[in-house]
Design a protein around this ligand. Structure first.
Ligand SMILES: CC(C)(COP(=O)(O)OP(=O)(O)OC[C@H]1O[C@@H](n2cnc3c(N)ncnc32)[C@H](O)[C@@H]1OP(=O)(O)O)[C@@H](O)C(=O)NCCC(=O)NCCS
Length: 166
């Protein structure tokens, strides 16, 4: 990855107004909704800050969630207890500014989310993402995620697989 970035929790001093990733809903979410969701404790937004300019180069959101056991592959399910729901960390949104795309920052944010999910101090079987379209889904598949049987745009990567990569 070129340039240096620090990843931290979204705070009032971060300037969100100029963020543009190529997807209006994701830009608008950062500007208008992310802080409110944090206040309500429904998700936490992490931002990558460009050390040189202080600009927000990317962000992701993380929240606790669950998936139906019947939705994961048989290979995953056989390692899990027969409860109807399994606990996951949900990566609700992930976006990199157009100015910083194709420099491995998306991969770095994904890795950071995985680390936080692993260190959450609670039972989390997998990282789950909601891809906004097929192109985004391909990004996650490139990083080892597989689609849930109920929805091709919801993809899952077991924490055990992440731990092996680390
Ligand atoms: C998808 C997105 C986060 C990728 O971020 P990025 O910083 O440009 O991607 P990176 O440079 O980290 O790419 C890392 C790797 O993923 C691959 N990759 C990137 N986008 C990909 C895609 N859509 N499909 C398949 N592979 C992809 C890259 O080729 C690279 O591969 P390599 O490590 O083997 O060389 C970014 O393009 C973005 O913000 N898009 C708009 C919003 C969006 O679609 N968000 C997705 C979640 S809803």
């Amino acid at each position: 990855m070129t340039g240096t970035f620090r990843i931290e929790v979204l705070a009032p001093e971060h300037d969100r107004s100029g963020f543009a990733c190529g997807s209006d809903p994701l830009d608008r979410y950062l500007r208008e909704q992310a802080s409110q969701d944090m206040r309500r404790r429904t998700s936490v937004c992490y931002v990558a800050i460009d050390s040189t300019t202080g600009a927000i180069a990317g962000y992701y959101t993380l929240a606790a969630g669950s998936v139906q056991l019947t939705d994961v592959t048989e290979q995953m399910a056989k390692k899990l207890p027969r409860y109807p729901l399994v606990p996951v960390a949900r990566l609700g949104r992930l976006a990199v500014s157009l100015n910083f795309q194709k420099r491995q920052l998306g991969a770095a944010l994904l890795w950071d989310a995985g680390q936080r999910a692993m260190q959450a101090g609670m039972g989390v079987f997998a990282l789950v993402v909601d891809a906004k379209d097929d192109i985004a889904a391909a990004f996650f598949q490139h990083h080892g995620f597989t689609a849930l049987s109920s929805n091709p745009l919801t993809l899952v990567l077991p924490i055990a697989t992440l731990a092996k990569k680390g």
